[in-house]
Write a protein that binds this ligand. Structure first.
Ligand code: GLN
Length: 492
């Protein structure tokens, strides 16, 4: 039996067989029952959620629903600003930060009538690939509690995979939606840079950050993206491009005669787990069976993407995180006798180890004398990576790759080795540098029963094509809904 998708819940709400209050109580109950094992949430918004659900039911009774998802529960990553509800970014430095305003994506969820049930656990300031770098403890993978869920949007991935909520939002700077989606057996999509407003998304690396859906099915991803996408005057990098009805367009794609690029750099190499390689091969066979033509391409510059990302990302982070100094909000160290001391002790005590490492790397990369050698060079390489995508997409309609080189790994196994952790994103980071869109969908399982995801990628603002292609592939694979982690069975 499969978990219920947002589409199914919306149908039940429309038929009147459940109310939003029923659903919200159900998911809050699931959260209460499973959180001791999963730790997917930093804050559960029980009261606010029940209030919002009651309002949704009133609207429905009056025939005034706001959107197809009105009344459906949702969770949001804890780096999205929520007015009146603390927003921690997984960090001690924001442990008690209650924002006085609301971010655009969250506001749009509310305007579409969705019921926000809580803020999900994450790697501190979205830096990490395992949701172990959280000041609020690690989140556990529902398929094997001793393993990581991936990160940094691990809490959102766990919450959806374990039936704590039907859908959630995450953010993806170098893979943080797609990689945890892959490791938890759900769908995760990074939209084109600029597709979803970043206003009220706490900035990590502003030129790469993007909010996107984490869901049980491609159809739910289409619905949730449709709810949050669009131009926002409050984010100058948000694009003024119309938002199509993604969900209505899902049936419009036929793989017959379409070309899909298989970059050799993403399908080989020492780091690739043989079982991931097997699932990748099976997925390509399915695509060929649907009539797609597999085109072999080379993307020679993607091998520089990890090193480039750790220059650009840390440089941007060092500047973005300068604002957390204890002066105006958040944590402030006690017992300091002057302001410089206060800044440095606040930051010393408030930030975790990985965040400090990145602030130092970024500050170094931007410092006079090194700026040209590191930051400027990295910007040039970023352009080369983007050109690799442009060339591949000239030859094909979409690009395919495994999402992660390996399935979920044991908790603790990469924490002492930052480079090993950074390599988790070897197949996802380059897409952020190009700014294009990509989706990870469940494509199979290892022999040990761990989920394996595959990623489709497309050019700027090609979400409609990307989602409809993924939807067809999802149908052909038949993996979505085929298995449920044991801990989620009570939620079915
Ligand atoms: N895992 C990558 C990092 O540690 C990407 C994180 C992200 O996408 N937010 O930075």
């Amino acid at each position: 039996m499969a978990l219920r998708s947002a589409r199914e819940l919306a149908g039940q709400l429309a038929e009147g067989t459940v109310t939003s209050v029923d659903l919200t109580r159900h998911y809050l109950g699931r959260i209460a029952a499973t959180e001791p094992k999963l730790n997917a949430f930093v804050t559960v918004m029980e009261e606010e959620a029940l209030r919002a659900a009651a309002k949704s039911d009133e609207r429905r009774a009056a025939g005034k629903t706001l959107s197809p998802l009105d009344g459906v529960p949702v969770a949001v990553k804890d780096n999205m600003i929520t007015e009146g509800v603390r927003t921690t970014c997984g960090s001690r430095i924001l442990e008690n930060f209650v924002p006085p305003y609301i971010g655009t994506a969250v506001r749009k969820l509310q305007e579409a009538g969705l019921v926000i049930v809580g803020k999900t656990n994450m790697d501190e300031f979205a830096m990490g690939s395992s949701t172990e770098n959280s000041a609020f403890g690690r989140a556990a993978n529902p398929w094997d509690l001793e393993r990581v869920p991936g990160g940094s949007s691990g809490g959102s991935a766990v919450a959806v995979a374990a039936g704590q909520v039907p859908i959630a939002l995450g953010s993806d700077t170098g893979g943080s939606i797609r990689q945890p989606a892959s490791l938890c057996g759900i769908v995760g999509m990074k939209p084109t840079y600029g597709r979803v407003s970043r206003y009220g998304l706490v900035a990590y690396a502003s030129s790469l950050d993007q909010i996107g859906p984490m869901t049980l099915s491609v159809e739910d991803a289409a619905l949730l993206l449709g709810a949050v996408a669009g131009h926002d005057p409050k984010d100058s990098t948000s694009a003024d491009v119309p938002v199509p009805d993604y969900a209505a367009a899902l049936g419009n794609f036929d793989w017959k005669g379409k070309r899909v690029a298989r970059p050799k750099e993403f399908f080989a190499g020492e780091g690739l787990d043989p079982e991931v390689e097997r699932v990748a091969g099976e997925t390509l066979e399915k695509l060929a069976g649907l009539g797609a033509e597999i085109v072999d391409v080379s993307m020679p510059n993607v091998k520089y993407s990890i090193s480039t990302y750790y220059l650009l990302g840390t440089a941007e982070a060092s500047s973005n995180l300068a604002r957390f100094d204890g002066a105006q909000y958040g944590f402030r160290a006690e017992g300091t006798d002057n302001i410089i001391d206060m800044f440095s002790r606040t930051r010393g005590q408030g930030f975790g180890q990985e965040v400090k490492r990145r602030i130092m790397m970024g500050t170094h990369a931007l410092s006079a004398g090194y700026y040209d050698a590191y930051y400027l060079q990295a910007l040039k390489v970023r352009t080369l990576v983007k050109r690799d995508y442009d060339r591949a997409l000239e030859q094909a309609d979409l690009v395919i790759a495994p999402t992660s080189p390996f399935p979920a790994f044991p908790a603790g196994s990469r924490m002492d080795d930052p480079l090993a952790m950074y390599l988790c994103d070897i197949f996802t980071i380059s897409l952020n540098m190009a700014g294009y869109c990509g989706i990870s969908l469940p494509a199979g399982f290892t022999n040990g029963g761990l989920p394996v995801g595959m990623q489709l990628m497309a050019g700027a603002f090609q979400e409609e094509k990307l989602l409809s292609a993924a939807w067809r592939l999802e149908q052909a694979l038949g993996v979505v809904g085929s298995r449920t982690p044991e801990i989620a069975e009570a939620a079915v």
